[in-house]
Every structure is written in structure tokens, then in C-alpha cells.
Design a protein around this ligand. Structure first.
Ligand SMILES: Cc1cc2nc3c(=O)[nH]c(=O)nc-3n(C[C@H](O)[C@H](O)[C@H](O)COP(=O)(O)O)c2cc1C
Length: 189
């Protein structure tokens, strides 16, 4: 059982990172092997819509997303954690998500070679926003959830939180607990 954590904030050690670590601790407690990828430390270009991947299932852009795509395929579950930047997700997370194109054909169905590994993969999301209304992050949920649902993966749900200063989320015991539980759920088939 492998649970992959995708950290979408450039603020390493910040709120999204803390919550993702909690989720991965939960997954570990449930018996999973866990790994965290910090997107800001990777070189990930934006999708070019060249459509080469739709035919061959191989991305034409040779950057760090290639190794992340392998980790995605190997993972049983993936938990994403990302703050709200200008009512949306960070550029790092969006570049990563757009590069999921490689897994699909021109009809937005799974590439045949990837289907056995992608089908039923469990996907979770943690969001952090500075605003006290956690629903500032709804646009992020509205990117991930339909992507998961249209492709018949399994949506684990969200942990939506508010925090501003770096690391402030440690004082939010409920959020810490919810992230831990999300991780446990990710590790449970
Ligand atoms: C460029 C930028 C844009 C932001 N835009 C928003 C926003 O639109 N709404 C909001 O509630 N918080 C916004 N924030 C605040 C962050 O979401 C907040 O500080 C969060 O705790 C950062 O999480 P992190 O510690 O994981 O990086 C923004 C922060 C930055 C740096």
C-alpha cells in the first residue's frame, strides 16, 4: 500500500505542509508506505496542449513531472495539499494537475496502458486559505473533484482549513485530526 503526498505550497514547513505530514502520518499508522513530493522543488512546466501524449501516453516535455507521473502510477492513494492563492490553487499545483493530461486519450478516457493502475485510485485534497471562510477554497475542490469523478477514481474528500501565518495551523487541533483521518482513510482499501 503506497500513499503519495503532493505538497503544492512553496512555503515548506507552512500550513499545507504541516497538514500533509499529518495525513501521511495517519496513512503510515494504517500501514502504508508514504512519500511526499514538494512541487516547488521540482521543475514542472505547464502543459503545451501538443496532444502527443493523447496518442502515445508519453509526455513530450522532459522535466521532473516524468518521475512524478511514475509515482502517481505506483501509488494506491494520493493526497494533495495546497493553499488558496488569488481564489485558486498555486501555480505549482496547477502545472502539476494539467500534466495529468498524459494519462488520458483524445476522448478524455484513460490511456489503455494506464487504465489498470489509475482505475479506482483514491484521491484526497487538503486546502488552506487565509480567509476565515474555508469555502474560499471551493474553486480548488471544483478542479480536483470533477477530475476524479469523471475518470472513475475514488474521491476521498477534503479537509478545508483556514490559517494565515506560517505554521499557524498547528493550533487548529480539529484540522490536524481531520488531516490525520484523511490519511488513514487513504490507506484503507
Ligand atoms: C500570492 C498569495 C495569494 C493569496 N491569495 C489568497 C486568497 O485569494 N484567499 C485567501 O483566503 N488567502 C489567500 N492567501 C493566503 C494563503 O492562502 C495563506 O497564507 C495560507 O495559510 C498559506 O498556506 P501555506 O502556509 O501552506 O503556504 C494568499 C497568499 C499568497 C502568498
Amino acid at each position: 500500500m503506497k500513499v503519495l503526498g503532493i505538497m503544492g505550497s512553496p512555503r515548506v514547513g507552512g500550513n499545507s505542509d504541516i497538514l500533509l505530514s499529518q495525513a501521511l502520518s495517519g496513512a503510515k499508522e494504517a500501514g502504508a508506505d508514504v512519500e511526499k513530493v514538494i512541487l516547488d522543488r521540482k521543475k514542472i512546466s505547464g502543459c503545451k496542449d501538443c496532444k502527443k501524449c493523447n496518442k502515445m501516453g508519453i509526455c513530450a516535455i522532459k522535466d521532473d513531472m516524468l518521475e512524478i507521473q511514475k509515482k502517481i502510477l505506483e501509488a494506491d492513494a494520493i493526497i494533495h495539499s495546497v493553499p488558496v492563492y488569488f481564489f485558486s490553487m498555486t501555480a505549482q499545483m496547477k502545472a502539476y494537475l494539467d500534466r495529468w493530461c498524459v494519462f488520458f486519450d483524445e476522448k478524455w478516457l484513460w490511456q489503455k496502458i494506464y487504465y489498470p493502475k489509475m482505475r479506482g485510485k483514491r484521491i484526497g485534497l487538503i486546502t488552506v486559505c487565509g480567509n476565515t471562510d474555508v469555502h474560499m477554497a471551493d474553486p480548488i475542490v471544483n478542479c480536483f473533484k470533477p477530475t476524479v469523478e469523471m475518470s472513475k477514481m475514488h474521491w476521498l474528500g477534503t479537509v478545508m482549513t483556514s490559517a494565515n501565518e506560517k505554521g499557524e495551523i498547528v493550533d487548529n487541533k480539529a484540522a490536524i485530526e481531520q488531516a490525520f483521518e484523511l490519511g488513514k482513510k487513504a490507506a484503507t482499501p
